[in-house]
Design a protein around this ligand. Structure first.
Ligand SMILES: *Cc1c(COP(=O)(O)O)cnc(C)c1O
Length: 405
């Protein structure tokens, strides 16, 4: 996608606007499958919470992807997008037994992440094939917001509870077909990931009817220049070899599953905004844009750095800016960032806006959520219209006008 295309899209569909590049999603998908081409049975389940637009789900389905879902509503969206139930995994945490039963009745593979529900489910439905989520307690990144494998994490069944887990499975005679782990969002060190994988292999030996091992995700993509990213090719080489050896040892060709979100869609996305105002103060120059953390919350929530380009003036002289939103509280996208000179009316692009951006958007300050466009074969396809006043009123029930409050 070139700047002139992006500028044309904001002319056509208005700003702010999310734009996703179908080619980039495809190339990431192919890169991952290629890295694991030595594994006979490989399955990619797209973690749709990253970006849940139905058109994106359809695109990934065409490529052969399955789906990883974390709520019954995501399951419904996946079915709506045309996925067969067998291609959908349900990997929630902290949900009710009722919801798990409801999803199971749809023919979707369920994954249980605590002993209490496992025991209740196993006692009621001993014949249902179940996957269990193990927490190997391996720290994937340095940031506790995004590392879910550590000892105080709420995710998964602790590996230290394996004896209790095995006893529940024996007592209920339930059918465990898969073991899952998802250690967090950043695999920076492949050796750490392989170490966690060893824990999963060890745990797997306790179950005789396995069909798959699910290694979750955590592939890191670069957000800024010189950022570290997961070396997928290296991971593919090492884990494939180890996985194949394990299958031989286990005596069965198991399926290797990954469930990437960010890796598939993050870099494909750009968020385009217009600069409303340049405001000079005694200490800084603010560029105030026509959006805020209602549309892109990652910088405020996680301190994430999204690279910002001035696509209206890409060759301009660089100056320092604080890029801020229009929400009525602190709403900073970038502090003291070097950006080619910005004028009011310029269009800025936030990079890496495919994952956890639109899907975390809200209506805070009663703003509309923006439109989404899929760029495919040199053309922009509108895949979600921006909201209107009707959307803000939907489901609201005003008091009868005559009534005095
Ligand atoms: C969020 C999530 C993923 C995807 O994580 P990414 O970092 O976006 O790749 C995978 N599996 C589970 C269970 C998740 O909750």
């Amino acid at each position: 996608m070139q700047s002139k295309d992006l500028l044309q899209l904001t002319e056509q569909f208005g700003s702010p606007l999310y734009v996703y590049d179908a080619e980039k999603i495809k190339s990431q998908y192919n890169r991952l499958t290629k890295a694991f081409s030595k594994v006979e049975k490989l399955r990619i389940n797209y973690a749709m919470k990253a970006l849940s637009n139905v058109a994106i789900l359809q695109l990934l389905k065409e490529m052969g992807s399955g789906l990883d879902t974390v709520s019954i509503q995501e399951v419904l969206l996946g079915l709506h997008a045309g996925y067969d139930p067998e291609k959908i995994f349900y990997t929630p945490n902290g949900v009710s037994l009722e919801e798990i039963e409801e999803v199971n009745a749809m023919g979707v593979q369920i994954n249980i992440d605590n002993l209490s529900i496992l025991e209740q489910f196993g006692a009621k439905h001993p014949n249902v094939p179940v996957c269990i989520r193990i927490n190997p307690h391996v720290m994937a990144g340095g940031n506790t917001n995004i590392s879910v494998g550590h000892i105080d994490s709420k995710f998964g069944i602790s590996i230290h509870q394996l004896p209790h887990l095995v006893r529940i499975v024996e007592n209920t005679k339930m059918n465990i077909v898969g073991i899952h782990m998802h250690t967090g969002s950043d695999i920076l060190d492949i050796e750490v990931f392989l170490y966690a994988a060893e824990i999963l292999f060890d745990a797997a030996k306790n179950f005789k009817n396995l069909e798959f091992l699910d290694f979750g995700s955590g592939f890191k993509v670069p957000y800024k220049k010189d950022d570290i990213e997961t070396d997928i090719e290296e991971l593919g080489k090492k884990l494939s070899k180890r996985f194949n050896a394990f299958c031989t040892e286990y005596g069965k060709e198991l399926t290797l599953i990954f469930e990437p979100g960010k890796f598939l869609v993050s870099e494909a996305g750009q968020f385009l905004v217009k600069v409303n105002v340049i405001k000079q103060t005694t200490s800084t120059v603010f560029a105030g844009i026509d959006s805020g953390f209602n549309h892109l919350i990652r910088p405020m929530l996680y301190g994430s750095q999204h690279h910002i380009e001035n696509i209206s003036n890409p060759k301009g002289k660089e100056r320092f800016y604080s890029v801020v939103g229009y929400i009525c509280e602190t709403d900073t996208f970038a502090n003291n960032r070097r950006i080619p000179e910005i004028k009011e009316g310029d269009i800025l692009s936030f990079r890496n806006a495919g994952a956890y951006c639109y899907s975390m958007a809200s209506n805070y300050n009663s703003r509309y959520k923006p439109a989404e466009v899929l760029w495919m074969n040199g053309q922009g396809h509108l895949i979600r219209a921006h909201e209107t006043f009707e959307d803000l009123l939907k489901n609201q029930i005003p008091l009868p006008l005559a009534e005095k409050v």
